[in-house]
Ligand binder design. Structure first.
Ligand code: ATP
Ligand code: MG
Length: 1035
């Protein structure tokens, strides 16, 4: 939120007209217009508030605003009606000064609204509590009641106050409200019976007809239709934006809060209804014998109903409309009334009835809101009186109203000057006389007891003989002819003789606010304000709770032959009292200005405003205020505001504020005639000096703002940098932690890998612990490694006992690795050879004594070079398969056991026996026909190839063969079987006794150990039909 310390801050135009440079009506109006267009409706002239009617609701009356202005000095914030209200209230509460708030301005300028704003502000800031709140509520709620009965729509204002109002709000010593007193001035009662075009009667008539229940209307003998009532003009019966029915409820509610009893409300409404009925009574002439017309009530129904409402005897009232009794010197004379007189009497009664009821209402409200204590009270008076009025036709009412405004203007000038003077005295400043227009001379013209206009009028009214408005004007023409402010065509002052703007039946007064032409017609009647005694007596006799109070003069017991005081006299007296009252109080002014005639928001009519500025005397007001010193300010706020302009006073001044201001002004070289030092304030003569200070301040503030910005920016950057730095440390710490975590994870997973390749815990711990002895162990081991031969069984001794496990494992790992290395160097062929060797070992190792001798022999397979030997070409043809083995072997003769050489060929599918010399094939046996092979366990080369029973080969019988390369032959035979998918591997039986099938005979082959004489040779002998014995050398 923007913080203000002075009204000079962010001003639109100037907030105080005193500061206008140059000062002219034009600049004055321009300033008003500029501010108005920015919704700044309040402007000061010193301590006077000018208020422009915005004709729309502005958000400047909120509770927050009240708080903003509360307890703040007048010039601290933008101009506002709250500032004035606060100043007045605090001055009342804290300095015990009675206050009055004078609100002036023309009709529709916003006086009533302003008075309500003042009251609501004071209500908001003064004390709280149950009783206090009740009082406040009653004071505030008196407004809707008085507005309903005293306000009406006029061409100028939809809610125009048709009475003057002065309300004293009373407070106790603490500033809590105690109660109040309302005075009312001259209700415009002529409105009751007749309203100008485009205007309405008082609101209450319309509110009652629109808002009352059917039941109530029936009781009051009324109908809802406005058009049935002569007193209600029809052309503006409804007003835009006015909800009469809702307002009626508000008024009833307000009356209840203020303290009206139900009976009283009912009585008041009966009176309102009676006035409406009265307006409907019509008269007709009835000729009398004396030749005069006498009036008679035409249709008695309305008369009857009215009498019923007020409890009046119908006949009495009827008679009062036909006759008039004049009492003179104890004699009673009765004269008849003609129709015109009867209407006059009817309207006079209606006007009196209504205006007296209004006064009763005010008194009744006063009774309710009256302070309940006799203790001394502090008073704040709020005056909301009709403003200066100039119509086309101005009559007695305007004369009275304008007189009242003259008085107010006078008091305004007097008090303003007095205040100014008092301030100078108080502050010890020399007083210089101020020239200004004093309107006392106009007041004199009107109110002078000897030859004032009001006195002349009264004189005429009281004078015996024929009295007319014309005789009154004649009198004025004689008495006031020389007066500077009086103008009349027929006056003795010849300069107006030819003034055609001055009709003969008029007089003109040069008021302070302009010239006003008054029609003299009606002055005498209105001043007399006569109500025929017969009517007041009829009213007095009424059987109604209010009537006796309203028409006390109708009491026959108190017949007073003295004429009642005239309206003019009464008004003058009450204005006199008011003025005296106001003079005892500290005045506060609100001068309301109407921006346009259309009741429109944001329309500024320059001519209308300048007219008001002129007649409100605002320019004079500024001049008076500026005559001495244009601006004044207490030393403390002044020093506070400008101290930055001087090195000595900035930033802190330790001495008295006054001395500080002196130093400051000297330093700034402000000419001495431009200021005076008062006791508590500095007085500045010209606005330009103030503006000079303000301009310097503005520049200085800019520099200061730059400085502040600079420091702030530096601070902000530095804070940001420090934050970044701090963040960087945090980020780095986190990153380091993260990186270490990653590293750790890597080490951990590496460890797991090491463990997974079966490194012992000890080895691992060695790696991890980098133990020196472990390192040495491994280095030593490297140098003492055994050979790469898989059969090398050597392994260095272990150096430490604790390495036993590791040592053994390393040995095993090394051996496995060495074997792998060994294997890896094998070619496919070599691998096949070794596989055969492995197979041979599986078949024969430790089972046959011949085996060890075969281990060192390579299994060549083809020992005959069959392909190259031309001898064996025939055999090539036999073999369509790859040759696995070709060798010469012995075929054992079945008959004698002797051997014969044969070529033995082996392919994947069969084996062939052929003649060694010729190469002729003796037998070719498919391998699937073989059932098994039998060998002995000895160191011999015999083997039997057994054929499957039933095969074609079996017919030849099993083969008994012998070869030194038995191991290779059988291994290859066995492998061909194992490699073939359609055959079982050839079974190899190792036994020293087995059967062979030789054609039909089964012969047992038995192996025996030969004696020493046999030597190392193997012999085979047929022992008998059934036995073949093979003797083998001993092992
Ligand atoms: N401060 C304001 N904010 C909004 N509207 C306002 C303000 N002041 C006046 N008005 C409007 O202007 C209208 C006329 O104002 P108000 O009745 O106070 O005038 P007035 O000076 O009392 O006139 P009169 O002399 O006829 O009684 C109000 O009904 C309201 O609509
Ligand atoms: Mg008003």
């Amino acid at each position: 939120m923007e913080v203000k310390t002075s009204l000079l801050d962010n001003m639109i135009g100037v907030g105080d007209m005193v500061l206008l440079e140059p000062l002219s009506e034009e600049t004055f109006i321009d300033n008003l217009q500029k501010r108005f267009s920015h919704n700044e409706i309040y402007t000061y002239i010193g301590s006077v508030v000018i208020s422009m009617n915005p004709y729309r609701s502005l958000p400047i009356y909120t509770a927050d605003k009240v708080e903003e202005y509360r307890n703040r000095n007048f010039y601290e914030l933008s101009p506002h009606i709250y500032a004035l209200s606060d100043e007045a209230y605090r001055s009342l509460r804290d300095q015990d000064k009675d206050q009055c708030i004078l609100i002036t301005g023309e009709s529709g300028a916003g006086k009533t609204e302003a008075s309500k704003l003042v009251m609501s502000y004071v209500a908001a800031v003064c004390g709280k509590g149950h009783e206090v709140n009740k009082v406040k509520e009653q004071l505030l709620q008196s407004n809707p009641v008085l507005e309903a009965f005293g306000n009406a729509k006029t061409v100028r204002n939809d809610n125009s106050s048709r009475f003057g109002k002065y309300m004293d709000i009373e407070f106790d010593f603490k500033g809590d409200p105690l109660g109040g007193v309302i005075s009312n001035y001259l209700l415009e009662k002529s409105r009751v019976v007749k309203q100008p075009r485009g205007e309405r009667n008082f609101h209450i008539f319309y509110q009652l007809l629109s808002g009352a229940s059917e039941d109530m209307l029936k009781k009051l003998k009324l109908g809802r239709d406005f058009s049935k009532y002569n007193y209600l003009s029809l052309d503006s019966a409804t007003v835009n934006g006015l909800d009469d029915a809702a307002n009626f409820r508000t008024v009833r509610n307000a009356m209840q809060i203020v303290g009206f009893l139900e009976d009283e409300v009912q009585s008041v409404l009966e009176l309102v209804a009676a006035v409406l009925k009265l307006g409907n009574i019509e008269f007709k002439p009835e000729s009398r014998a004396n030749g005069f017309d006498e009036s008679r009530v035409k249709d008695k129904n309305d008369l009857k109903e009215m009498c019923e409402l007020l409890g009046i005897e119908q006949l009495v009232l009827e008679r009062a409309f036909s006759f008039r009794t004049v009492e003179a010197k104890m004699e009673k004379v009765s004269t008849t009334l003609n129709v015109a007189q009867a209407y006059y009497a009817r309207d006079a009664l209606a006007k009196n009835l209504y205006s007296r009821m209004f006064s009763w209402l005010v008194n009744r409200i006063n009774e309710s809101i009256k302070a309940k204590t006799k203790a001394r009270k502090k008073v704040m008076g709020v005056l909301d009186i009709y403003g200066f009025e100039i119509f086309e036709d101005n009559s007695f009412e305007q004369f009275i109203i304008n007189y009242c405004n003259e008085k107010l203007q006078q008091i305004f000038i007097e008090l303003t000057l007095r205040e100014e003077q008092e301030e100078y005295v108080r502050e010890g400043i020399e007083w210089t006389n101020i020239e200004y227009f004093n309107n006392a001379i106009i007041c004199e013209l009107i109110e002078n007891n000897q030859n004032g206009i009001l006195a002349m009028l009264d004189e005429e009214c009281l004078r015996p003989g024929t009295v007319t408005d014309e005789t009154f004007l004649d009198k004025l023409n004689t008495v006031c002819a020389e007066h500077q402010h009086f103008e009349s065509r027929l006056s003795k002052n010849s300069k107006f003789l030819t003034d055609h703007s001055l009709p003969h039946n008029c007089f003109r007064i040069q008021h302070y606010a302009g010239k006003v032409l008054y029609q003299v017609e009606g002055f005498v009647d209105k001043n007399n304000d006569l109500l025929y005694r017969d009517l007041s007596q009829a009213m007095y006799k009424a059987n109604h709770s209010l009537m006796k109070l309203l028409f006390p003069e109708g009491n026959p017991a108190k017949v007073n032959l003295k004429r009642p005081p005239t309206a003019g006299f009464q008004f003058k007296a009450s204005v006199g009292t008011l003025m005296r009252n106001l003079q005892t109080k500290n005045p506060n002014y609100i001068r309301c200005i109407k921006p346009n005639d259309k009741k429109a928001a944001q329309v500024f009519s320059e001519s209308l405003v300048s007219h008001q500025v002129r007649y409100l005397g605002l320019m004079e007001n500024v001049r008076v205020r500026r005559a001495g010193y244009a601006f004044r300010q207490a030393y403390e706020p002044c020093l506070e505001r400008y101290k930055m302009l001087c090195k000595q006073t900035w930033p802190h001044w330790k001495d008295l504020a006054r001395k500080g201001v002196e130093v400051l002004l000297k330093d700034l070289k402000v000419p001495e005639e431009e200021f005076s030092y008062g006791r508590s304030k500095i007085f500045i003569r010209n606005p330009r000096t103030l503006f000079f200070l303000e301009e310097r301040r503005r520049q200085c503030l800019e520099d200061l703002a730059t400085l502040i910005q600079k420091i702030y920016r530096g601070w902000k950057r530095r804070t940001h940098f420090l934050l970044l730095k701090k963040s960087q440390v945090v980020v780095a710490a986190w990153y380091r932690r993260y990186a270490q975590q990653q590293k750790y994870q890597k080490i951990k997973s590496s460890t797991i890998v090491v463990q997974n390749i079966s490194l012992s815990k000890n080895v691992l711990s060695f790696i991890l612990l980098r133990d020196g002895s472990m390192q040495k162990y491994f280095f030593d081991l490297k140098n003492t490694m055994p050979s790469m031969s898989p059969i090398d069984k050597s392994w260095p001794a272990r150096p430490f006992l604790f390495l036993e496990g590791t040592h053994q494992q390393l040995r095993s790992i090394f051996h496995l690795w060495r074997c792998k290395q060994y294997r890896d160097q094998f070619t496919e062929e070599k691998k096949a050879i070794y596989e055969e060797k492995l197979e041979a070992s599986k078949l024969f190792k430790d089972k046959k004594a011949l085996y060890p001798s075969s281990v060192g022999q390579p299994f060549k397979g083809d020992y005959l070079d069959i392909n190259k030997n031309p001898k064996y070409q025939k055999l090539n043809i036999v073999m369509d398969e790859k040759l696995l083995l070709a060798d010469v072997i012995n075929k054992v003769n079945r008959a004698n056991g002797k051997g014969a050489s044969r070529i033995f060929l082996l392919t994947k599918k069969n084996f062939v026996l052929a003649d060694q010399k010729t190469g002729q094939v003796k037998a070719s046996i498919p391998l699937p026909d073989l059932s098994s092979v039998s060998v002995s366990s000895h160191n011999d080369g015999f083997f039997a190839l057994k054929l499957k029973q039933g095969t074609a080969s079996a017919a030849k019988g099993d083969f008994l063969l012998s070869s030194d390369r038995l191991i290779e032959i059988i291994t290859k035979l066995h492998r061909t079987g194992a490699a073939s998918s359609d055959r079982e591997p050839l079974s190899v039986d190792i036994s020293d006794e087995f059967l062979v099938q030789f054609k039909q005979d089964k012969v047992c082959v038995k192996f025996v150990q030969g004696g020493p004489k046999n030597g190392n040779s193997v012999t085979c002998k047929r022992k008998n039909n059934r036995l073949l014995e093979v003797s083998v050398p001993p092992p």
